[in-house]
Design a protein around this ligand. Structure first.
Ligand SMILES: [Zn+2]
Length: 128
């Protein structure tokens, strides 16, 4: 799987790793707020501290970074060539945790929405 990574994608991933500020989440927040939605942010009372919580409609929304959450078949999910095992391990833990969180939320009767970072790329220009 090595040669499919061009340097652009790689430097994109590296910038993600260094900069854990979650810009995609900000895009979603601004967008929904402008549409009149009101929500709680990182509600600690719920499993996985969902990024956005809409209490009235019992819906939890996660904005997942493609790299950190190991978005399969996504061009933004490229495992770094150095410390590969470390990253694979970390990302598979994140994935397992995501699954657990979603299961728990649904058990509690919550709707769960996941928006992937790459889903936002085409929207970016229109939303900001
Ligand atoms: Zn993705």
């Amino acid at each position: 799987m090595a040669d499919v990574h061009n340097s652009k994608v790689r430097s994109y991933n590296m910038s993600r790793i260094k900069n854990s500020d979650t810009k995609p989440e900000m895009i979603i927040r601004k967008y929904l707020h402008a549409k009149g939605f009101r929500y709680k942010i990182n509600d600690k009372r719920l499993p996985g501290k969902p990024d956005l919580v809409f209490t009235a409609i019992k819906t939890a929304l996660f904005v997942n970074g493609c790299f950190w959450h190991g978005h399969s078949d996504c061009r933004y999910y490229v495992v770094p060539k150095s410390r590969t095992e470390f990253w694979l391990n970390k990302i598979s833990k994140n994935r397992a945790n995501d699954e657990k969180v979603m299961f728990l939320l649904r058990e509690l009767g919550w709707n769960v929405i996941v928006i992937w970072e790459c889903d936002l790329k085409p929207l970016k220009g229109n939303l900001l």
